[in-house]
Design a binder for this molecule. Structure first.
Ligand SMILES: Cc1cc2nc3c(=O)[nH]c(=O)nc-3n(C[C@H](O)[C@H](O)[C@H](O)COP(=O)(O)O)c2cc1C
Length: 218
């Protein structure tokens, strides 16, 4: 496939056919992530690859529990809004249980260029906050995830990049630490990537027209 064809073919996959991702393919997908560019070549990621069903279920239970806690707190103000949030977890998070592979992507803090200089020169916090608003650390993570998503397509798989569950990030990290002993000093859960064999018929939303998102200045 040429690059543009792969880009066009990629879509978020939330339904997966039965079947594994081969070890060879998984290593190629991870290699695509490894080769991504990152701010100051910091490579500020760590990929935790999960293929253990029981562990995936435990992560799901942590998400559901946190989702329910938030939804219940919302109920007293507006039951409909609480219920809508309950459905969010079901439709946009728990589907990963249908995938054979879940990559939990950890990131470590990244200090944007200018951060130490601003601190040294005692610039106001608002100036420092603005540096983080552009968040190069997360931009780097995005590059790695997109590389992996595209390589997955290239190899005949599908994936879904997920941040929706991040309201339960602390709880998921805790599950992983308690169940597997995994934790990495200074790293935090940034997103998850579910990978598997795509079920046919996935529908993607459209995109804005180029004229809406692009300005040329000659
Ligand atoms: C940073 C990011 C976070 C996302 N989080 C979720 C998520 O938590 N759950 C989900 O179902 N889709 C998630 N998506 C997928 C988007 O909804 C999807 O990319 C978008 O609707 C466009 O559809 P397409 O990927 O099929 O082209 C996420 C995508 C990105 C880039």
């Amino acid at each position: 496939m040429d690059c543009m064809e792969t880009i066009r073919k990629r879509q978020s996959i939330r339904k997966f056919k039965k079947g594994e991702v081969t070890q060879d393919a998984l290593l190629k997908i991870l290699e695509a992530g490894r080769l991504a560019p990152s701010g100051k070549n910091s490579q500020n990621w760590h990929f935790l690859v999960i293929r253990n069903r029981e562990l995936m279920e435990k992560i799901a239970a942590a998400i559901v529990a946190k989702n329910d806690e938030i939804a219940t707190a919302m109920d007293s103000k507006d039951r409909e809004k609480g219920d809508r949030f309950r459905k969010f977890a079901k439709n946009f998070t728990l589907f990963y249980l249908g995938a054979p592979v879940l990559i939990v992507v950890y990131a470590t803090d990244y200090y944007p260029t200018g951060y130490h200089e601003y601190r040294f020169a005692e610039y106001p916090e608002s100036a420092i906050d603005k540096l983080f608003q552009r968040n190069p650390g997360m931009q780097s993570i995005g590059a790695a995830i997109e590389n992996m998503s595209l390589e997955a397509v290239e190899l005949g798989y599908g994936s879904c990049w997920m941040t929706g569950q991040n309201y339960a990030a602390d709880e998921i990290e805790k599950v992983l630490e308690v169940e597997t002993g995994f934790s990495k000093e200074g790293y935090f859960l940034a997103c998850m990537l579910a990978i598997g064999i795509p079920e046919d018929g996935a529908k993607s939303p459209g995109r804005k027209d180029l004229s809406e998102i692009c300005t040329f200045i000659d």
